[in-house]
Ligand binder design. Structure first.
Ligand SMILES: C[S@@+](CC[C@H](N)C(=O)[O-])C[C@H]1O[C@@H](n2cnc3c(N)ncnc32)[C@H](O)[C@@H]1O
Length: 256
């Protein structure tokens, strides 16, 4: 897939350790191998190193491998794929497609992604303004991340598919029981995206015993970690290994 210059929108050509357009705008690859195309001084700098490390430690244990495999089932080797908000590339690196781009705003995420996975080009950029051509992707993937609706519709080929992964209602309920006096289930949301229609919805669940030392990392991956009181957070330190349900919704959208 072509990468476009964020300044003049012309195609970027690779030479050794940098990418350059015909107007002379030049972008160096980082030492790990990701390309920084984020010219804005945006407040959002993506997940911080602490969050990224926690997620990396947890995912490396294989708890979510079944989800990674399930998404791979919807991909083909000759697909062009864009993973929007790819984090440290746990899923991206395993996708079977030959032509892959991962985009995220977290430098610490992309350092890990680009260092470990040479099968993907990682771009430091907002997913709300992708440096990519219209209709370039057979598959666009978003896993536990904001949905950049307009950009997804723009970069998806006419016969392409958007794959969205999000938590289901019971996801991590037992983890919440360890922490909160009144644990609540996730809301069952219907996702509507203008320009796309849902083709398939799949719910997958697996329960695994999460080791004592992994509970904290798992909790840090959740959106409610930052809003939980120090007292409630401390409860997890006392907890023992616990059976926890991992429940996901995979939505496949096509254009229409
Ligand atoms: C919960 S993480 C999911 C990461 C990855 N998809 C996974 O499941 O392992 C959300 C990711 O979205 C990224 N992110 C949030 N807002 C973003 C934006 N506007 N542009 C690019 N990435 C963004 C964060 O840096 C983070 O890596």
């Amino acid at each position: 897939m072509d990468i476009l210059c964020p300044i003049c929108k012309n195609k970027l050509y690779k030479s050794e350790r940098s990418y350059r357009c015909e107007n002379g705008h030049n972008y160096d690859l980082s030492k790990e191998g990701y390309l920084n195309l984020n010219l804005r001084n945006s407040k959002n700098t993506g997940d911080n190193p602490e969050m990224i490390k926690a997620r990396q430690r947890f995912l490396e244990k294989g708890y979510y491998a079944f989800l990674r495999d399930a998404v791979n089932e919807f991909l083909n080797e000759d697909d062009t794929l864009v993973d929007l908000a790819c984090g440290e590339g746990y899923y991206t690196s395993a996708f079977k497609c030959h032509d892959k781009i991962g985009i995220d705003l977290s430098k610490s995420g992309l350092k890990i992604a680009a260092k470990n996975d040479k099968s993907t080009l990682y771009l430091l950029n907002s997913i709300f303004r992708d440096p990519l051509r219209d209709k370039c992707a057979d598959k666009v993937v978003t896993i536990f991340a904001p949905i950049a609706e307009k950009e997804i519709v723009r970069i998806l080929k006419d016969d392409g598919r958007f794959i969205l992964v999000r938590p289901d209602v019971d996801h991590l309920f037992e983890l919440k029981q360890l922490i909160y006096a009144e644990p609540y289930r996730n809301q069952a949301e219907d996702i509507i995206i203008e320009g796309l229609k849902r083709e398939i919805q799949l719910r997958i669940t697996q329960t695994a015993k999460v080791a004592k030392e992994d509970l904290q990392d798992l909790f840090m991956m959740t959106p409610y970690y930052n809003t939980t009181s120090p007292d409630d957070k401390a409860k997890l330190k006392e907890a023992e290994a616990t059976d926890i349900s991992f429940c996901f919704i995979i939505d496949i959208f096509k254009k229409g």
